[in-house]
Design a protein around this ligand. Sequence first.
Ligand code: PEP
Ligand code: MG
Length: 356
Amino acid sequence: MGIPAVFGLGTSLKPEFSGRVAYMDGETGAIFLEPDELTLLAFREKYEKEQQMKQLLQSMRGQEDITLDGKKINVYCNIGSPEDVAAVQANDGQGIGLFRSEFLYLAASDYPSEEEQFQAYKSVAAATNGKRVIIRTLDIGADKQVDYFDMKKEENPALGLRAIRICLNRPEVFRPQLRALYRASAYGKIAIMFPMITSVWEVKECKRACQAVMKELKEEGIPFNPETEIGIMIETPASVFIAEELAKHVDFFSVGTNDLTQYTLACDRQCNDLGKFLDPHHPAVLRAIKMAADAAHANGIWIGVCGELGADLSLLPTFLAMGLDELSVTPSAVLPLRAEIRKSIAKTCTLEMLEC
Ligand code: PEP
Ligand code: MG
């Protein structure tokens, strides 16, 4: 949303700070309580520079996401609700690489109906003028708990019943979402993506559920696109190790670097005390992405990144060297990324960041 924010301060944010003036830097995560003149001056300078940069970046609107030597890479956006489409348009995103559909569930006090979901997905599909819209099926559990799901308390929720595991266990939840997605596919270029995949059988079950829904819709005379692309998130080490096999069953991969980092490094993504141990630039994480990219391309499918690393400009040369086809980022990161892509020469990019 372009609103600076600092989070994860824990107990260092004391109640006695309430009512005092604070300046915060959403980029560095620093907060200054009642800053002195010198700090204020530095803040103003930084703010003005940022405004000038934003102005300059406007010239990137309408430009292609292409390197100087002609390598195209799709820059898409991550969104959490139909209202976010306005930010995608304002920032000239070329598509939606991740619509986190669970936000429809998190905002409700009971299961959203098929019709409610259909309206939400249709509105996004219709508003994006034929651009690709990748909608991820429900990814709750772990850090995203919903009371009405009445889940058992788990010792390790990040390793428990979450995301696709809930959907495959509860067809009464999965089926209405798939029906809503396929119904919406008649109104735009929707693609369906399954989260937290670890096994080929899960993908086969998901695809069987899709087939069953398409059969129902056909019998009911409801329009849908039978060619709707199906993809999976690569966000577990298991999915990286079997990426060759998984690639044979889907149309695309999208790497969820937030969870892939968590599971590869055995570091809880919500634990603020992990500091340098939770290192998304760790060569193990980057090599995992490369392995998935090689498997995707060897099997003729495309691959993108939709986790936070997609917007990390310091990794762009590495991603170009891997030959990634898409980066899906928060809307405000589209134009800075495009500017960087257009300055890059893909064939000179190296994989040196993968070294230990
Ligand atoms: C990810 O894990 O990188 C991802 C994009 O999904 P989420 O952050 O919603 O878990
Ligand atoms: Mg994830």
